[in-house]
Write a protein that binds this ligand. Sequence first.
Ligand code: ASP
Ligand code: MG
Length: 412
Amino acid sequence: MARIVMKFGGTSMAGIERIRHVSALVKREAERGNQVAVVVSAMAGETDRLVQLCREAASLYDPREYDVVVASGEQVTSGLLAITLQGMGVNARSYMGWQLPIRASGHAAALIDHIDAAVLERVFQTGGIAVIPGFQGVTAEGDLATLGRGGSDTSAVALAAAMKADRCDIYTDVDGVYTTDPRIVPRARKLDLITYEEMLELASVGAKVLQTRSVGLAMRTNMPLQVLSSFEDRPGTLIVGDEAIEDREMERNVITGIAHDKNEAMVTLTGLPDRAGTVAEIFSPLAEASINVDMIVQASPRRDAESTLTFTVPRASLAHSVAELEKVKEKIGFADIVTDTNVVKISAVGVGMRSNAGIAAQMFRTLAGRGINILAITTSEIKVSVLIPEEYTELAVRVLHTAYGLDAEDAA
Ligand code: ASP
Ligand code: MG
């Protein structure tokens, strides 16, 4: 017998037909002899609709009342799922965040502080199934709180950790995590296993299947996650710790996946004076403005010569970044600010990189072979990223996928 949290996303809960199907999956899991708790999202599109209603009501709304409005989508689906399960003869009941409780602080992007598992233990002891709305908690003041968009994934992982579950299954509309975006590379393969760290790197560079925060929480609590489809009946991708895949290392590729991210813009400052403190003077105002700088490249032809600094910021923060830099331009004494939004960041990710040399060189060679110019580079222990002109996105992802041996054998 295993203890499992099953979490269903918005497309899995979109309408009574879908909810009936979800009920059947839950019932089957329970009939295998497992203890099951279910976490649900609002119906697809519902949270967007509720957020829009708040905006229409007032441009500056109270976050406490926003939470009251947007948390309602999950209340509806958890009640409906409990009703359909009961209709199938399953002993199921919904429990709102405040009924457990799921303690949280803040509004609109609240953090979970603590979950009391006592109620759930009692439900398990009586052979019941608890259906819990994702995305919500209750503050110390007794108010509703929501966890930020996509927060149901985090609810599910936090609940799984609190009830010491053996696994947290995240049912969605894709059947797992792929080596790259299958819309770009038809030969992308579904991964059986991926580590938390790899998943975090792939998510942060634009391969969004799970809310990043939920993966971080799973890593800290060492909770095995499985991403799978509620539409197709086959195993998904298991997300686990490094140690859990060590013995499989031999069979694994050095590179696990290739991600691309079009959300960055490149900023280049020319004619920077060569003296201590210049870089600090540039990045401090950006940090104060909460602008997240990602890749950084600085070069000067020789000592005492003017240098060039290139870095990337989120596209949405570009105008803000330029405004901040204009303010310090005279004081620092650089020549120009040049920006480029037609760029993409391509990343190769894999824990196998730790024990294999030459991964970056292979990437540069592969791109050079196609005449693709690299504008900036960053590396971490398990990731190499390059910034290239946006028009080469598809080509770069495809040739790297092939070069690192990721293509599926049977062509799709
Ligand atoms: N319904 C919420 C949202 O769309 C939470 C979730 O589905 O994860 O953001
Ligand atoms: Mg979601």
